[in-house]
Write a protein that binds this ligand. Sequence first.
Ligand code: ADP
Ligand code: ADP
Length: 229
Amino acid sequence: SEVIRADALSKTYSEGKLNTRVFEGLDFKVEAGESVAIVGASGAGKSTLLHILGGLDVPSAGEVYVQGQKMSALADAARGVLRNKALGFIYQFHHLLPEFTALENVMLPQMLGGVDKQRAADAAKVLLEQVGLGARLEHKPGELSGGERQRAAVARALVNSPACVLGDEPTGNLDDRTADTVFNLMLDLNRAQKTSLVLVTHNRKLAKRLGRVLELTNGKLKEVALDEV
Ligand code: ADP
Ligand code: ADP
């Protein structure tokens, strides 16, 4: 079954008389258990596409369906519930809440989904340990290094066992070894729980480890053969 489907997506940014057409008539879908890398030059529209798929931005035309539900047809609250349940989002800028500890930040998606505090804390600890932050539970984002903040954001994205993880350069600020650890964690989830992955990355070595590589170029998504990545 399809976790995310986008039909005939178009996006044009308009600022006064200036229009930037990013893409037009773009189709995309990701099945349960599929892992997809999105590559492409800087400015090609990768972040824009990911934001629209995740419901953080609206398309100028076209529709996004998450687990079969048309995003534009849902009220804000229902869209929020669906996003929190179905999607894990790793932004380029981590967007952790500065006044909360790492543990509290990672507990949040579960608390929003109605999980009780103790269970949310237990699940958050397990993931923070898996990303190597077991000794940073009580640190606030401002007390973590850039790489540690990114790993906390990855833990937060995974903690609700989402159907699909949308990642915008999720390992971009990490050294090679940490990037590998975090990437492996996502691949493990993909294999063990059929979590779909849609990851924007310019790291070709990592992109090749995903099942499918799509290049966003001139407003179109092009399938790239894995041996050509
Ligand atoms: P990528 O992630 O592939 O680097 P982006 O999706 O960030 O590309 O940007 C695609 C194009 O849209 C770029 O030309 C960028 O300048 C433009 N763009 C992105 N965000 C905005 C915005 N908020 N307002 C106007 N133009 C934008
Ligand atoms: P990195 O080499 O990953 O960029 P840093 O040199 O920034 O790491 O930080 C090293 C360690 O010091 C990190 O584990 C971080 O948690 C801790 N740290 C950094 N800044 C603070 C701070 N303001 N308060 C408490 N701990 C901090």
